[in-house]
Design a protein around this ligand. Structure first.
Ligand SMILES: Nc1ncnc2c1ncn2[C@@H]1O[C@H](COP(=O)(O)OP(=O)(O)OP(=O)(O)O)[C@@H](O)[C@H]1O
Ligand SMILES: [Mg+2]
Length: 280
């Protein structure tokens, strides 16, 4: 996306009157996802403070920041995975294509297909490679026949750049694949149900550099069709795969800017301290 499409972010003033300002280019025209004044609590403890940001269509946005700053918490609020966490409460506006994903009659199972998630540790089901990918399309009724389903499985595995490695052993267990292959299988499983947004929470942290490079290439390809939000601890990875980067610090969104700018001339001193390794 052209940076000119971004609109400068506005000041946020918290209830206590202290100014909370995300610096940089947080908003865009016609966003895929629009998040306004998001706060997330675990019982009494607040983990996310008044975060407002847009995610543009087909962009890859990276989320970085020190451990415990709320990256996973924020990501999970985008497909209501936090609903499954006891005592977790989410406030604020979350609109996907203009639709409030926290409205009462939202079909959460359908939402999680529309906004898919890939986790840090590859977590294939204890089923065959084929069944791992076929499971979602089957429960969402996406295939009319076995031939249809075969086609979805093959197409998803191809798009996850795994087909050639597994086409002769589709009926062997998914757990028998290497870590990097398992993560690509999880990506195939996610894309098999036609998501619009893919959330990735440190998808490469359990992988070696070669497997990581393959996933990074894949992210670039997938961004042509999907909108991707990726949490990473690797600044090199954020720099390689994303067009914008969001820096979180102690539950606040400090800065959102084009990735290159965040890593060369960050606008906020906290971002600079993090990228230069002064804390993290
Ligand atoms: N299930 C939970 N119950 C209670 N507190 C939680 C829970 N999950 C996270 N937290 C707290 O919320 C804050 C943010 O955690 P979160 O896991 O979102 O951070 P993170 O930025 O993803 O960290 P990391 O980089 O280590 O993965 C932390 O203080 C953490 O202890
Ligand atoms: Mg995390």
């Amino acid at each position: 996306m052209a940076n000119s499409e971004m609109i400068e972010s506005v000041n946020n003033v918290s209830e206590s009157g202290t100014e909370r300002q995300t610096v940089g280019a947080s908003f865009c025209d016609d966003p895929k996802f629009s998040i306004r004044n998001a706060s997330v609590f675990y019982a009494e403890k607040q983990a996310i403070f008044d975060v407002s940001v847009d995610i543009a269509r087909h962009e890859v946005i990276a989320m970085i920041g020190p451990s415990g700053c709320g990256k996973s918490t924020f990501l999970r609020s985008l497909n209501r995975m936090n609903d499954t966490v006891e005592d977790c409460r989410v406030e604020g506006g979350f609109h996907l294509d203009g639709q409030d994903i926290y409205q009462d009659n939202m079909d959460v199972v359908a939402l999680r297909a529309q906004v898919g998630m890939v986790f840090q540790k590859p977590n294939p089901f204890p089923k065959s490679i084929y069944e791992n990918v076929a499971y979602g399309p089957r429960i969402h009724g996406l295939a009319d026949s076995r031939v249809d389903l075969d086609e979805i499985v093959e197409d998803s595995l191809r798009r996850a750049s795994l087909w050639d490695e597994v086409k002769d052993r589709l009926h062997q267990p998914g757990t028998g694949l290497s870590g990097g292959q398992q993560q690509r299988l999880c990506i195939a499983r996610t894309i098999a149900v036609n998501p619009e947004v893919i959330l990735m929470d440190e998808p490469c942290s359990a992988l070696d550099p070669i497997a990581t490079a393959r996933i990074e290439e894949l992210i670039e390809e997938l961004s042509q069709n999907f909108t991707i939000a990726i949490v990473t601890h690797s600044m090199q990875q954020a720099a390689r795969v994303s067009s914008r980067t969001a820096y979180f610090h102690l539950g606040e969104l400090i800065e959102v800017n084009p990735t290159e700018m965040v890593f060369t001339t960050p606008e906020h001193e906290l971002t600079e301290a993090y990228i230069t390794g002064r804390f993290g």
